[in-house]
Design a protein. Structure first.
Length: 256
């Protein structure tokens, strides 16, 4: 679970990135965090992962208080999170299997653990036949699947997906969204999906949090937000994106 209580963040240069954020993400929830560049989305991720410290307020991440967390506890807290980046961040000189093994060895996993866990996770993302391939031999969508597998391989409590589809072709984005949705259902993971594109969140009817200017300006179930936006910024954001009930229309199936 993640809990922000009246959180403020001001950087050394005077930028007030977050202004009184109250946010709760429970186990098993799939939440979309949407907003333009500079709205505070990246700051929220950096706070959750312990990369930066908050200025004021309280922050809990999977049982750890980030107000007084010790340097020794930060790696332990991060093990409860799986991070998916938009630019994949794979090691080019390592195979798919070796990229995942590297992540597992970083937390002290044994060779036996690797042999048990990696094939299972690769099967989940549909890459069990490509364990010996290098990133350069994979498509963009396949590289993102490797990045998803790496986020899952250490069995986290929660996945943080930071613009995971923005670097992909439109035709591939729906496949990755479908995959993440399937994984959430199958594994019962909580997920926080960060995006600047309101069109992306139309694919899944779940909770949406809209940010602007360092504040949460609207939040609620996706259907409610799309059909009855309350904040002027949300209304502007949705001006060219009428609501579509995505559960009643077919989405491209994920190719596994």
């Amino acid at each position: 679970m993640i809990r922000f209580i009246d959180v403020y963040k001001e950087y050394d240069n005077g930028t007030k990135a977050l202004k009184g954020i109250d946010l709760r993400i429970d186990d098993g929830e799939f939440v979309f965090l949407v907003g333009p560049s500079g709205s505070g989305k990246s700051t929220i991720i950096k706070l959750i992962t312990g990369e930066i410290a908050l200025t004021q307020g309280k922050l809990m991440v999977n049982g750890y208080s980030l107000n007084n967390i010790s340097p020794r506890q930060v790696p332990l807290m991060r093990r409860t999170l799986g991070i998916i980046f938009q630019d994949f961040r794979l090691i080019d000189k390592k195979t798919v299997y070796e990229n995942l093994a590297f992540a597992m060895r970083a937390i002290g996993a044994s060779s036996r653990d690797l042999k048990r866990r990696i094939p299972y996770v690769l099967q989940l993302v549909g890459l069990d036949q490509k364990a010996d391939r290098y990133p350069g031999q994979l498509s963009g969508g396949e590289q993102q699947r490797v990045a998803i597998a790496r986020a899952l391989v250490n069995n986290p409590n929660m996945i943080i997906a930071d613009e995971p589809t923005s670097a992909l072709d439109v035709s591939v984005r729906a496949q990755i969204l479908n995959l993440l949705t399937d994984l959430k259902k199958e594994l019962g993971l909580a997920m926080v999906f960060i995006s600047h594109d309101i069109q992306t969140v139309r694919y899944i009817s779940d909770d949406i949090i809209v940010m602007n200017g360092g504040k949460i300006v609207e939040q609620g179930e996706a259907k409610q937000v799309f059909q009855h936006p309350q904040d002027p910024y949300t209304k502007m954001l949705l001006g060219d994106a009428p609501f579509t009930n995505t559960r009643e229309r077919s989405m491209p199936s994920s190719s596994r």
